[in-house]
Design a protein around this ligand. Structure first.
Ligand code: KDG
Ligand code: MG
Length: 443
């Protein structure tokens, strides 16, 4: 790995220090040597924000891309890939996607977790990209073909106050969004998650990305009682202004206790939310039992979950309505499709995470998967900055509230090395939250 932007490759039999790699897996029986992986590059670049991308190349020169971006911890995944995964990939048959997934998951011994699962995801998506290119098809065709004409996407409207929020909702409607997430400032709290126009500790705007480039995380404030008092009044005002039909979403961002979450879900019932997201910290799956007993507001959870095991209680006990993991952090197409299939048994739908810290490669993978699965719900679409699109040349489209894949073979995304070279990695951290008495709280 290098970071400026990085291209680090491993030829068969060497690692980055040119020492012999102790174990180079033999090309499995039946492999046509043309599909053997001969190059694996870990690319780190920062066009508006940091991204980690894996690029695999086969002996025949077919290239696949995978997203391994983990916001605020990017270099940990880059090192995991470069130091511990790239050497294992040399000579493997790019066609053997499931076997490679199982090999990487089981051989680590230390299972799950965002770093491991983002690394596995990057390999998995790059292999699907290669397989679809070899088949001469867009990826969704290999996943079973399109089940729908485009996938419904929601955008992020926000404002420090109601007038600013209404302007932002109208702006998103003009951009074509038909479903809208609503976040607002809270009276008495200076800086709150998800408000685009608020000024940050570094003086820049918060528009695209909460992770700020600075040596230390920014500090935001939190007061749950003020939040619980204010949010129902916001949704009442939005419904009065925009009518009953517009699908509205809201992200609680892991900040409530179970009983507070139950209270908020109940208070929001008259405003008919599409979903209420991450009401409680995700580690405690049992908390959702209490929330569920008290409210019919649909619940979405899982953007910090990485495997099917993290969802076991939530899915089997039908404690949620939407699964939030992205392809990028949940073991790729292979890992996330398994979770979605499991969820479909319980009438739970997909609602994949799609902030700017999922790269255009990760978003493209989500679009292909969302087109194919039977239980698609909605896709988050936070829209990348123009600089990001200089590096990641995409072919997906957004119109009429829906994202759609192109007919380009594979994922339909190309990586521009020359453009990437202009955007070196810069350390950036997600903010932290403190309560008004100074104690730490979930962000
Ligand atoms: O990196 C953290 C962000 O991806 C997260 O804060 C965004 O909660 C989020 C969302 O719903 O998009
Ligand atoms: Mg969220």
């Amino acid at each position: 790995m290098s970071t400026n932007p990085s291209t680090a490759s491993a030829d068969p039999g060497t690692n980055r220090d040119d020492h012999p790699v102790p174990v180079v897996p033999a090309t499995p029986a039946g492999t046509s040597s043309g599909t053997a992986i001969v190059k694996a590059e870990v690319l780190v670049t920062s066009p508006d924000r940091n991204f980690v991308t894996l690029r695999l190349t086969t002996a025949d020169g077919v290239v696949g891309l995978g997203d391994a971006t983990l916001n605020g911890r990017e270099l940990a995944v880059a090192s995991y890939l470069q130091d511990h995964v790239v050497p294992l990939l040399m000579g493997r048959d790019a066609h053997r996607i499931e076997d490679t997934w199982q090999f990487l998951y089981r051989s680590a011994y230390w299972r799950r977790g965002p770093v491991t699962m983002a690394a596995i995801a990057a390999v998995d998506v790059a292999l699907w990209d290669i397989k679809a290119k070899l088949a001469g098809m867009p990826l969704y065709q290999l996943l079973g073909g399109a089940s729908r004409t485009g996938i419904m996407a929601y955008g992020h409207a926000s404002g420090r106050d109601l007038p600013e929020l209404f302007d932002s909702i109208r702006h998103h409607q003009e951009l074509g969004f038909r479903s809208i997430r609503v976040q607002t400032g809270i009276p008495g709290i200076d800086k709150v998650y998800g408000i685009a126009a608020q000024h940050t500790n570094t003086g820049s705007r918060y528009d695209y990305e909460p992770a700020q480039r600075a040596p230390l995380p920014a500090e935001e404030d939190w007061d749950t009682r003020a939040y619980l008092r204010h949010i129902p009044t916001v949704f009442e005002a939005v419904r009065n202004e925009f009518g009953p039909e517009l699908p509205l979403l809201h992200d609680g961002h892991h900040r409530m206790t179970p009983i507070q979450a139950a209270k908020l879900g109940k208070a929001l019932e008259p405003y008919d939310l599409f979903w209420l997201e991450d009401v409680t910290p995700a580690e405690n799956q049992d908390a959702l039992r209490l929330v569920r007993q008290h409210t019919t507001t649909p619940l979405a959870i899982g953007e910090v979950f990485n495997t099917i095991w993290d969802y076991k209680t939530l899915i089997e006990e039908q404690l949620i309505d939407y699964v939030r993991s992205p392809v990028t952090h949940a073991g790729g197409i292979t890992g996330l499709k398994r979770i979605f299939d499991y969820a479909s048994v319980y009438q739970i739908k997909s609602g994949a995470h799609g902030p700017t810290d999922v790269s255009p490669v990760g978003l493209a993978a989500a679009i292909h998967l969302g087109l194919a699965i039977p239980n698609f719900g909605i896709q988050e679409y936070m829209q990348h900055a123009p600089a990001t699109h200089e590096v990641f040349r995409t072919t997906y489209s957004f119109a009429g509230g829906r994202l759609d894949a192109s007919d380009a073979p594979g994922l339909g995304v190309e990586y521009d090395d020359e453009a990437a070279a202009a955007f070196p990695y810069e350390a950036a951290y997600l903010p932290v939250n403190r309560l008004l008495d100074g104690s730490m709280h979930d962000w």
